[in-house]
Design a protein around this ligand. Structure first.
Ligand code: 6CS
Length: 283
């Protein structure tokens, strides 16, 4: 090869290298760039205080969106825009591109971990029952509901409590899908269900605001695990999830994480005592 030919080849190779190096980051990194350009991240929520809440004026709060809003701000994404979804529709909505992330207290469980890319843990809670004062049917576990042919349980569609009831042996026709907390409370007060089940902090928030002396809380539900959620990203958006996790870890370390979630009643220590690997393998 003569020197002229060699120099031509070398120039071509360095030009190619310059193009490769200047190429935009991977597609996954582009997702963060896309959100920065969009100016907001589209988050799925449920409107179940204190995990998630939408005020009458549309203001979104709750521990999960508040953590996400702060992390996205630190990543250069100015705000979040929330849409309310039933728990069972959140993952399909994420996969269909209707949401950029689920920030709703969607508890980590193996089947969900297989479908999304979870962040590290954020909000942990046990399960609870709201039922008639005096607990006339003596319900303290999902198995108690299964064992009593008259007991009807209300729970969110596609949610953890519905699954726990079915797995405990409650027949489908005694597991009533309830769209939201207010409906669940009303159905309990009207005697259309005998127990309404949500995580402890959600049930306590609902019952304390109802201020109804005929309703009481059983918490925790015997035999039910403590669950933790994470922000749930689409499979393929792992680079965005990892960037989210870097900021989440900094906030856990600095105490900023606790400052956001603990006023809502959540424990930062509980979330920091476990990790995604353990939670996705558990149960
Ligand atoms: O992850 C879930 O399925 C459950 N999480 C919350 C915050 N409320 C109810 C729901 O079933």
């Amino acid at each position: 090869m003569n020197i002229k030919h060699f120099l031509t080849m070398a120039a071509g190779a360095s030009a190619l290298m310059a193009i490769v190096l200047a190429a935009p980051a991977s597609a996954a990194d582009d997702k963060l760039e896309e959100l920065k350009g969009q100016g907001f991240a589209r988050v799925a929520i449920a409107n179940e205080p204190p995990f998630t809440a939408v005020a009458a004026d549309g203001k979104v709060s709750g521990a999960a969106p508040d953590v996400a809003r702060e992390i996205f701000k630190r990543l250069g994404v100015e705000d979040i825009v929330a849409s309310i979804s039933e728990y069972g529709a959140m993952i399909p909505g994420l996969q269909a591109g209707r949401h950029d992330v689920i920030t709703a207290g969607l508890f980590m469980k193996p089947e969900r971990c297989a479908a999304v890319a979870y962040s590290q843990p954020i909000l942990c809670d046990a399960e609870a029952f709201a039922l008639k004062k005096g607990n006339p049917l003596g319900l303290t576990s999902y198995k108690d509901i299964a064992d009593n042919p008259d007991a009807r349980i209300g729970a969110p569609g596609g949610g953890t409590e519905e699954k726990l009831a079915l797995e405990a042996g409650v027949p489908r026709d005694r597991v009533i899908v309830v769209p939201d907390g207010q409906s669940g409370l009303k159905m309990l007060q009207d005697g259309r269900i005998d127990v309404y089940s949500l995580p402890v902090l959600s049930i306590n928030d609902l019952v304390s605001k109802a201020n109804d002396p005929n309703i009481e809380v059983v918490a925790p539900v015997e035999g039910a695990p403590v669950y933790c959620d994470g922000a749930a990203f689409r499979k393929g958006d792992e680079a965005l999830r990892d960037a989210f996790d870097v900021e989440l870890a900094k906030m856990k370390e600095s105490g900023d994480f606790a400052k956001i979630i603990e006023p809502y009643g959540f424990s930062a220590a509980a979330a920091m005592s476990t990790d995604r690997e353990k939670l996705c393998a558990a149960q």
